[in-house]
Each structure stands twice: as C-alpha cells, then as structure tokens.
Design a protein around this ligand. Structure first.
Ligand code: BMA
Length: 261
C-alpha cells in the first residue's frame, strides 16, 4: 500500500548529493519528494522515477514556498518520515569583500531553509510516529578554506541547529549532520568556475584529501540513507565527516618525520 511506504523530503533534490539521496531512498522502496529551483533537472528526475517521486519547484528559503510544498507532498504521499536538508549555494568572499546581499542569500539558502523545512516537516514526522532529519553541512563546519565567510558561518551554525533539533524532538525523531569534503556536484563545479584557474582548483581539491580524489555524490547519498535507517537507530545529535581524510593531516604535502635511508 502506497500509504505505508516511507517518504523522504529532500531539498536541492534535483542535483548532486540531493539527487543521489533521492535515488537511494527510491531504490530501497521508499518515496522521495524533491524540492528544487531547477525546473529542468527536476522534471528530468520526475520522468526518470515516475510515481515514486514528486518534484516540486520551490525556493526553500521562502516560507510560503516551503509551506505550499509540504502541503503538496502530504496530498500526494500522505506522510513524511525523513527530511534531508541539503539545498546549498557556494560563493567566495571574505568579511570585507562579501556583499550584504550575498551574505543574506547564502544564509537564507544554506541555513534558514533548513529551519523552515524542519518547521513544516517535523509535525508530520511526529504524526508518522518518528523519523530522522539529516542536515547536509560540510567539512567546513570544522575546518576553514579561504574566502568563504558566509558559507563557513552557515555550515558551522548547522551543527548547533542539528543539536537543537536532536534535543527538542527526541526520542521519536533523530537529527544528524553529514559533513562532506569536496564532492563532484554542480554546486562545487560552478564555484570552481568562478576561480581564475578552475583546473588548478580542481587539482588542489583532489590533493588536499588523503584519499587523493574528490567524492562522488552517491557516496554521500549512501551515508544519508544509512543514518536514516534503523541500523543507525542509536545515533542522534552528532556530525559525521565524510571527507576522504581532509583535515586529518597538518599539511598533506609535508613528510616531516620520514627517516633517511
Ligand atoms: C565543501 C565545498 C567544496 C570544498 C569542500 C572542502 O563544502 O565548499 O567546494 O572543496 O567543502 O573545503
């Protein structure tokens, strides 16, 4: 029965990490309701996954859009079990060069939308008997890259937001932050495209991970699914880094301590 299938609401679900999370939930017999501003990619997802998926064109930084989208999701699927807060934009600026509009944009999409979606989804998740909220944050919730004042601030704040939801909605609802390193997504590609030498940034990004590569979105989608599943039933309030070892080394290029032959 359709009503019994669990439903995941996924923001930024048409591309990158959100898209692969939607695919894992559907592959495991669940339904995905994806909210995204990208109509072209959203429609493609709708075509690919048919009745298992509902694409809603919504700007999740606006409460009117979120309220309407969640109502539409409930009308179609009748329940919400998981919320995957994932929508994100990345731009480069420091505390002086950052335009006020850009600060607001990043805060609204990368932080406020997480609150708005929680606000509208949590009552339905409680009504469904419980569930899990995943906040896609970043390795940059812990370590900093240059020129990312707005992005870094939002990603760090998500750890507090995760703990807050975990405390206030336990025990029925768990809340976990997922903190990826560099992932090959349209968001990261478009941020790189703004650099003077995008291929140099790509190479540097590969090298800063101990595993000497960037992640594929599917690797993050699998962790999100696992954390929502009953296998992760004792995990809440925590942040999980999935970052190929980024930040483990003081400097990946320095081999201090290697002995002479
Ligand atoms: C991610 C994005 C990537 C970046 C990575 C590691 O959140 O910002 O562009 O490469 O963190 O800094």
């Amino acid at each position: 029965m359709i009503e019994q299938q669990k439903v995941a609401v996924i923001t930024g679900g048409a591309k990158g990490i959100g898209r692969s999370a939607a695919k894992v939930f559907i592959d495991n017999g669940m339904r995905a309701c994806i909210l995204d501003v990208d109509i072209t990619e959203g429609n493609k997802m709708q075509e690919e996954f048919g009745e298992s998926l509902l694409f809603i064109n919504a700007d999740v930084s606006k409460s009117k859009d979120v309220a309407a989208a969640i109502e539409q999701c409930m009308a179609k699927f009748g329940r919400i079990d998981y919320l995957i807060n994932n929508a994100g934009i990345q731009k480069y600026a420091n505390a002086v060069t950052c335009l006020e509009e850009e600060w607001d944009l990043i805060m609204n999409v990368n932080l406020k939308s997480y609150f708005l979606c929680a606000k509208y989804c949590l009552p339905h998740m409680q009504a469904a008997g419980g569930g899990c909220v995943i906040n896609v944050a970043s390795v940059q919730s812990f370590v900093a890259s240059a020129n990312a004042v707005h992005y870094l601030t939002a990603k760090a704040a998500l750890l507090g937001f995760t703990r807050s939801v975990a405390i206030d909605f336990a025990p029925a609802i768990r809340c976990v932050a997922v903190c990826p390193g560099t992932v090959d997504t349209p968001m990261v590609r478009s941020a790189w495209a703004e650099a003077v030498d995008p291929s140099a940034i790509e190479e540097a990004s590969i090298n800063m991970h101990l595993l000497k590569r960037v992640a594929q979105p599917e690797e993050i989608g699998e962790l999100i699914y696992y954390l929502c599943s009953p296998k992760a039933s004792f995990i809440t309030g925590q942040a999980f880094r999935i970052d190929g070892g980024l930040g483990v080394a003081i400097d990946v290029s320095v081999k201090e301590g290697q002995k002479k032959k």
